[in-house]
Design a protein around this ligand. Structure first.
Ligand SMILES: *Cc1c(COP(=O)(O)O)cnc(C)c1O
Length: 478
């Protein structure tokens, strides 16, 4: 590879942002070429096979094994070799993003699990302990199973969630895994156990029948796991039929994915990469809006030449890439990291969309930050970017009643309050009505908040309770 003088000119480096400096270093190292990469993955049972971990003390590796028994662990070679800075362990944000850490379990849970592993090899007893601890980690937050799964003429439809009138979530059976797992994942409970990840025609048919029936649905959000682990053939069978006239009301097809971060090869050099890009192009040409909902937690995930090439190819098909991430202690609890990330996303042609609050499940106590801090990080980051980066909403909690954004902290007369609003709600009429909660410096989630000004309940409480009691039907069908 020819190194251009401009790249090696040290006088320029001073003026470059860290992102640009890193990109240039990676280009110099000549890491991007066109030979296909083998997808090699490590799970809990293969922790000892990850050479880079040998530099860690035995005790640390034992701790990782204890946590990996309870929370799902999976990492691929691309992440190990190109995203993690092994000179900065354990603080490296990408290391924290994929590797289990002791603090991800409470002290009691950790000790219980560690003791069992130290004292027995009995598989039943180990499994019993694992299950017990998992049950304590709120595996299914925000009434996902009871309230979001559609009940169509008395029969529940697996693989579909319909919480907001205009958007349906679809979880294709064979997309319920990811190229690597995030240590904070709110869907962690979906990845436990060996499921068969098979394609079934019936599943596609059920989805299409459901979409045909409800004409108020404008958006289909295909999610997982990560739908981009699927072969292009399967993606075609879900998406291509949507070009028929009976699906004209489906204007937008969104795909939630972390593949740009964990396996950008998907769009560059997998065996069926080109067919995939061609599918997107057909959908766009036929008039659908295709949105890649890309999950990036840190700007470091976007600096490899192959990630940037993947973004370039995707955009060339006419899809729009929107980005989202939760705010996470140990990973991105810093306004400068967010500002840098949004600036870089805008430069690469992506649209910052959501900043989420870490959900009340799994390793939440390790990652969560107070809502007051979340708003401060959001505000300070927003102040550093141009208008094109200020498309992002946040910090938002995905709660049972809906997506609630912390819009600010202020004083009204003598009371310090959080200003809140629904971005999405089970009842569309709740959306965009400001409401207020008493300020609480330690609150990290909706259930810690109390209504301000001496009110007894939030305005949506009675109606939401009634929905939960199934006294009134969800408003998605109106
Ligand atoms: C966020 C979310 C959506 C999409 O909401 P938008 O505001 O349209 O992005 C849909 N369904 C569920 C369950 C969600 O959490």
């Amino acid at each position: 590879m020819v190194i251009s003088p401009e790249i090696t000119d040290m006088s320029m480096e001073k003026n470059m942002t860290p992102v640009i400096q890193l990109i240039k270093k990676q280009i110099i190292s000549g890491q991007f070429d066109n030979t296909p990469d083998r997808f090699q993955v490590f799970t809990e049972k293969q922790l000892d096979n990850i050479d880079a971990l040998n530099q860690l003390p035995e005790q640390r590796r034992f701790e990782m094994k204890v946590v990996a028994k309870v929370l799902p662990f999976r990492v691929n070679r691309y992440v190990l070799d190109h995203l993690i800075d092994w000179n900065n362990i354990p603080d490296d944000p990408i290391f924290q993003l994929v590797f289990p850490q002791k603090g991800m379990l409470s002290e009691n849970d950790f000790e219980q699990m560690a003791n069992v592993l130290r004292n027995t090899t009995d598989r039943d007893q180990i499994q019993k302990t694992i299950n017990e601890i998992r049950q304590r980690l709120n595996p299914h937050p925000a009434e996902q199973q009871s309230l979001n799964v559609p009940n169509d003429e008395g029969r529940t439809i697996q693989g579909i969630q319909h919480k907001y009138r205009e958007t349906v979530l679809f979880f294709p059976g064979q997309g319920q895994v990811c190229h690597s797992f995030c240590s904070f994942c709110f869907r962690w409970a979906q990845f436990i156990g060996d499921k068969e990840l098979r394609f079934s025609n019936k599943e596609a048919e059920q989805l299409h029948n459901y979409l045909i029936k409800y004409k108020k649905i404008s958006d289909l959000l295909i999610t997982g796991g990560d739908p981009m682990v699927m072969k292009t053939d399967h993606l075609v069978s879900y998406m291509e039929p949507l070009l028929k006239p009976e699906f004209d009301h489906i204007q937008t097809i969104r795909i939630g994915t972390k593949s740009l971060s964990f396996w950008p090869q998907r769009y560059v050099k997998d065996a069926d990469s080109n067919e995939l890009l061609a599918l997107f192009e057909r959908l766009v040409k036929a008039g659908k809006h295709v949105a890649i909902m890309a999950h990036f937690n840190h700007w470091r995930e976007m600096i490899t030449p192959i990630a940037q090439e993947a973004i370039r190819r995707l955009r060339a098909t006419g899809v729009v890439i929107r980005t989202q991430s939760p705010l996470l202690n140990h990973i991105n609890n810093d306004p400068n990291v967010w500002a840098q990330m949004w600036r870089e996303q805008v430069r690469l042609g992506m649209v910052p969309y959501y900043m989420f609050v870490e959900r009340d499940t799994g390793a939440r106590h390790y990652f969560e930050v107070p809502l007051a801090r979340a708003w401060e990080v959001y505000r300070q980051a927003m102040q550093q970017v141009s208008g094109l980066g200020r498309t992002v909403r946040g910090p938002s909690m995905s709660t049972g009643p809906g997506k609630i954004e912390v819009q600010g902290i202020t004083k009204i007369y003598n009371e310090k309050v959080f200003v809140l609003r629904f971005i999405q709600a089970r009842n569309p009429d709740w959306v965009q009505q400001p409401f207020f909660a008493k300020f609480d410096p330690d609150a990290t989630w909706l259930d810690h908040l109390k209504p301000a000004f001496g009110e007894e309940k939030f305005f949506f409480q009675d109606e939401y309770d009634a929905m939960r009691m199934k006294k009134i039907s969800p408003r998605v069908y109106e």
